[in-house]
Design a protein around this ligand. Sequence first.
Ligand SMILES: CC(C)(COP(=O)(O)OP(=O)(O)OC[C@H]1O[C@@H](n2cnc3c(N)ncnc32)[C@H](O)[C@@H]1OP(=O)(O)O)[C@@H](O)C(=O)NCCC(=O)NCCS
Length: 182
Amino acid sequence: MTEQPELTTDRLVLRRPRLRDAPRIASLLNNFEVTKNLARVPHPYTINMALDWLVRQKREWSPDMVTFAVCDKHNGLMGFCGMHREGRTAEIGYWLGQPFWGQGYMTEAAAAVVDWYFQTTGANRIVSGVFYFNTASLAVQEKLGFVRTGIGKRICIAQNAEIDHIETELTRDAFYKALETQ
Ligand SMILES: CC(C)(COP(=O)(O)OP(=O)(O)OC[C@H]1O[C@@H](n2cnc3c(N)ncnc32)[C@H](O)[C@@H]1OP(=O)(O)O)[C@@H](O)C(=O)NCCC(=O)NCCS
């Protein structure tokens, strides 16, 4: 298996995670304002949890199981964006440290990951979703061409609760159409 590729955008570098990212990840992710939006991240969040997670990121990667550290020149590591397989379809997930919200970074990062995913695989569709209160993430997804497909329930570990979850999907056609209109 080749090395995980590095993706670049106008402002960002999306690179393979490294063990030495653990302290930075813990400092950004030990924030309930971030983790309350994520399904599988506990709160509080420690450096050891970050290390465990980084160790579990296998050396072997595939387009359906990959995580990119979202970095820029000035701020270094700001968050993560990755794909993982949910049943037969790949799902995109992401988070950004709170100081970096609202500057278009995740729209830029997720667009690069989705473009790379569609170019690398034969897939015509990916899925995602947001907890019902996460308007910022829904806005990111709608800018990329995602549409809502229904409402389900998902456990949120940080909130220790099962929460209404808006399910979304993105087709290859809708994504490239959305890119053209940006
Ligand atoms: C969701 C998240 C990744 C967005 O990243 P970001 O870089 O701030 O997103 P962008 O700046 O690219 O886009 C955010 C969009 O949401 C909009 N937005 C932000 N807060 C909003 C709100 N409260 N209501 C409606 N829209 C909102 C912004 O206006 C922007 O849209 P615009 O460019 O059309 O103005 C970031 O807030 C985050 O990491 N949150 C915590 C973790 C998380 O929610 N992860 C996703 C789980 S599904």
